[in-house]
Design a protein around this ligand. Structure first.
Ligand code: MRU
Length: 346
């Protein structure tokens, strides 16, 4: 990869600042957990798996900041750090998955000296990042066969290297098909209001030399109806037990359009994005973000001052619109409830 989304370096967390792409490729350094939490909230780092890695590394930083004489005090402060991380963004379940993983590792090592627990948590956070990269490659391998030679693949938002430890989920599938020598191209939806498609997906694919065409969100149906789109692949923030999938706002519209035009619509995501405690997508919490994201573009107003705004950051695509869920353990189709539970051995 020609960029690094996030890494642990010299006891600091380094992230590419996604609020400044594509104009500037700037790397920010963080040395305290509160600023990592702020970076997640402010979308310096975003995308479900990348948020998980950032939370794990934020916790690893946080435990270095703890001053404690007793194990009880240390674990109380660790719990507070985890609460701060958990309050950053509500929809991507990878955030909560990573926090739980760090808590579990800390608990399993409770009787060790504090210096050792700090070191163990640092290594665990680095492992979350390394594993994510391997998982994305496996997702790519499983998904590549679904992309036909000569395909035009439509994607929404950014489910790429920037949204993960590298390589990507939806873009991982596209990368793997490209690496396998398939002559494919990508249509990227701009993804209003935050423009992950225009700013990030287009940047990332151009950097890798994968042919990409940028379209405004409201053009997807036009190109589908004209027969110019072969299939759609998107990422996910949370997948319920029945296969209903929360992803970036606008994903549902793409899925409905794809069904109407008989185009397969795939979701690519790691197992850590499954939330099998939820029966359906109705129970997935949807983040509402600041109205300014809708009323302003690059700091300039595009709407009358004081207008009422709604800004849900995600929507839920019902499972019936999804042709397959591509994970690192294989592709699930048809009966998602059964297939997803089988993947995790439930
Ligand atoms: O608000 P964002 O940019 O964090 O939303 C990101 C998405 O919706 C992605 O599609 C999803 O997290 C999958 S990332 C591999």
């Amino acid at each position: 990869m020609s960029f690094r989304t996030i890494e642990w370096r010299d006891n600091k967390v380094v992230m590419i600042d996604q609020t400044r792409l594509p104009g500037e490729e700037v790397y920010n350094e963080y040395s305290d957990f509160k600023s990592v939490a702020e970076a997640i909230r402010g979308m310096v780092i975003r995308g479900a798996p990348a948020i998980g890695v950032a939370a794990a590394m934020g916790i690893a930083l946080g435990v270095r900041e703890i001053i404690a004489d007793t194990q009880e005090s240390f674990f109380q402060q660790l719990s507070n750090i985890c609460d701060v991380m958990a309050a950053t963004r509500p929809t991507a379940v990878n955030l909560f998955w990573a926090i739980d993983r760090m808590k579990r590792v800390a608990e399993a090592n409770r009787s060790r000296p504090l210096a050792e627990i700090r070191e163990i948590l640092k290594l665990e956070a680095i492992r979350v990042e390394e594993e994510d990269l391997a998982i994305c490659r496996a997702i790519g391998k499983h998904g590549a066969s679904l992309i036909p030679e000569g395909a035009t693949v439509l994607t929404h938002c950014n489910a790429g290297g920037l949204a993960t430890a590298g390589y990507g989920t939806a873009l991982g599938v596209i990368r793997a098909a490209h690496e396998a020598g398939k002559n494919i191209q990508v249509f990227a939806d701009e993804t209003r209001p935050w423009l992950q498609g225009a700013r990030l997906t287009a940047w990332e694919l151009m950097k890798e030399g994968i042919p990409v065409t940028l379209i405004a969100d409201n053009m997807a149906g036009f190109f589908m109806k004209k027969g110019e789109i072969t299939c759609c692949v998107v990422g996910a923030d949370r997948i319920a037990a029945n296969g209903d999938t929360a992803n970036k706002i606008g994903t549902y519209s793409v899925a409905v359009l794809a069904k109407e035009n008989r185009i397969p619509f795939y979701v690519a995501a790691p197992i850590s994005t499954l939330d099998l405690t939820l029966e359906s997508g109705d129970a997935i919490p949807i983040e509402e973000r600041h109205s300014r994201e809708v009323t302003h573009l690059q700091g300039l107003p595009v709407a009358p001052e004081g207008v009422r705004v709604r800004n849900p950051a995600f929507d839920v695509t019902p499972a019936r619109y999804i042709a397959g869920i591509i994970t690192e353990r294989g592709v699930v189709r048809g009966d998602y409830e059964k297939g997803l539970r089988a993947l995790v051995g439930q």
